[in-house]
Write a protein that binds this ligand. Structure first.
Ligand code: TXA
Ligand code: MG
Length: 325
């Protein structure tokens, strides 16, 4: 199959909605990362997502809707707390998990009795969903295990020949996947940190729990798989960056350093980040870029685990082979 990257014109979005309605896949931009979309009510279409990504069958997908009221069509009960949260943060990078209704195909939830739902905050995504006349199931549009795509080109690198259309909406503004919060537990549980932080959520609905990723029973199936990994080995450094360490590794390897701009150190291959927003927006793109330039080690200086830094460190810990504390 020939894969086209198309501009987000009205005509191209219309064509893309036809693909969705015909049960085919379309990659599209969101504010977090690019999604690989299919009609969420069509089992055969959803199967194609798992095949194109090489995604394990037991890892459920997020259902994307364009109007908050649509949530009532797909879940059995919407608690007051959820209403408050979605009033505040939808459209936006927040995914809500609730008990599903029968109409939601089992393949999208990987057999679970709950479904994950969000409204993305991106004009192109919203148009695609509302004009397709169906909810759109969409995981991140990367090959399973690789860093999530934040540009149309990243999607093309992974899915060329596997899908017909990629709608180009430019780089994603957030660059990290949505916050996922589970409301099927008595106290809501944060399963994946994102740009909507724990504090932002607690301000609206009170205390929530953090999921323990080392818990015996894994709540979010996606948490047990490898994630966000570039080909290069990632070394995450939580202590002060030591030049001697970098110099020694660089003697035998091609090393890229991603450092806080406050860290003054003179080394050859260096990218500096100004703040968490800048790091979050670019982290996956820098990983992919390092791979294309054949770096075999990426050293990343850790950021503080507060606010957006929690989501960034969550991705970095999963991507890294070695953590130096
Ligand atoms: O920002 C995002 O959320 C992007 C864009 C495209 O919307 N999508 C995304 O999808 O990151 P994906 O499939 O890469 O990640 C969805 C996560 C997975 O970790 C999955 O296991 C979890 O949500 N998930 C989905 N449904 C679930 C459910 N019913 N119960 C627990 N976890 C669920
Ligand atoms: Mg993903």
């Amino acid at each position: 199959m020939k894969t086209k990257i198309v501009k987000a014109t009205d005509q191209n979005i219309k064509k893309a909605t036809k693909e969705i309605m015909a049960g085919n896949l379309v990659a599209f931009p969101t504010e977090t990362v690019y999604g690989l979309g299919a009609n969420a009510l069509n089992e055969n279409a959803i199967k194609k997502i798992f095949i194109a990504k090489g995604r394990p069958q037991d890892n459920p997908l997020i259902m994307h809707i364009s109007k908050a009221n649509d949530i009532y069509k797909y879940v059995t009960n919407v608690p007051k707390k959820v209403e408050k949260l979605i009033n505040k943060y939808w459209p936006g990078p927040l995914t809500i998990i609730l008990k599903k209704k029968k109409i939601v195909p089992n393949i999208i939830t990987a057999g679970l009795n709950s479904v994950a739902i969000r409204i993305p905050q991106n004009k192109i995504a919203l148009e695609l969903i509302s004009k397709s006349n169906c909810p759109i199931a969409a995981p991140s549009a990367n090959t399973s295990g690789k860093p999530s795509p934040t540009t149309a080109k990243h999607v093309y690198e992974d899915l060329n020949t596997k899908i017909s259309t990629i709608i180009d909406g430019g780089p994603c503004s957030i660059g990290l996947e949505s916050t996922v919060i589970d409301f099927t537990t008595r106290i809501p549980t944060l399963l994946r940190p994102g740009a909507i932080t724990k504090e932002m959520i607690e301000k609206i609905i009170g205390k929530i729990n953090l999921s323990k990723s080392n818990a015996k029973k894994i709540k979010s199936p996606g948490m047990k798989y490898n994630h966000y990994k570039p080909k290069a080995e990632v070394i995450l450094i939580k202590t002060k960056i030591v030049k001697r360490f970098i110099t020694e590794i660089s003697e035998k390897n091609k090393v890229l350093c991603i450092l806080n701009s406050k860290t003054k150190i003179n080394i050859k291959n260096k990218i500096t980040y100004k703040n968490d927003k800048h790091l979050g927006q670019n982290l996956f793109a820098w990983f992919r870029d390092a791979d294309s330039k054949k770096f075999n080690i990426i050293i990343v200086e850790a950021t503080k685990e507060t606010k957006l830094g929690v989501a960034i460190m969550n991705r970095l810990k999963k991507a890294s082979n070695v953590i130096i504390e």
